[in-house]
Design a protein around this ligand. Structure first.
Ligand code: FES
Length: 129
């Protein structure tokens, strides 16, 4: 079953909604379950100052999207790029094994948004090292 934290983030998602003035957007989908996640980021001096999400998906996909926005805000691009699928699941006090792919989706969405931001500013993830 889901942890209390998963249920909390599913029933009361943080930072939900499209960001009209986002600096970059990461969109990912899972072709098997059909779920879709958009992660929006706002960046200043290579720090993620704001982050939000839009998710069409299961309870775990919504909870992981919400959690990733919480742990990403205020981090540098480099720190945020190091957030893994496991970090998201651990912050949610675990996910059922069958739902682990849902945390993959949100972490991949964040990484894609960061890649997109770097691309727009003429850089790649190699430049974060
Ligand atoms: Fe696919 Fe959760 S069932 S993201």
């Amino acid at each position: 079953m889901y942890s209390k934290t998963v249920i909390d983030h599913f029933t009361n998602p943080r930072n939900m909604g499209e960001m009209k003035d986002a600096d970059a957007i990461g969109k990912v989908g899972n072709p098997t379950c059909g779920d879709l996640i958009w992660i929006y980021i706002k960046v200043k001096d290579d720090v993620i100052t704001d982050v939000s999400f839009k998710t069409f998906g299961c309870a775990a996909a919504i909870a992981t999207s919400s959690m990733i926005t919480e742990i990403t805000k205020g981090k540098t691009l480099k720190e945020a790029y190091q957030i893994t699928r496991t970090d998201v699941a651990e912050n949610l006090e675990g996910l059922p094994p069958i739902k682990m792919h849902c945390s993959n989706l949100s972490a991949d969405g964040l990484h894609k948004a960061i890649q997109e931001y770097l691309r727009k500013t003429g850089r790649t993830v190699e430049d974060l090292k």
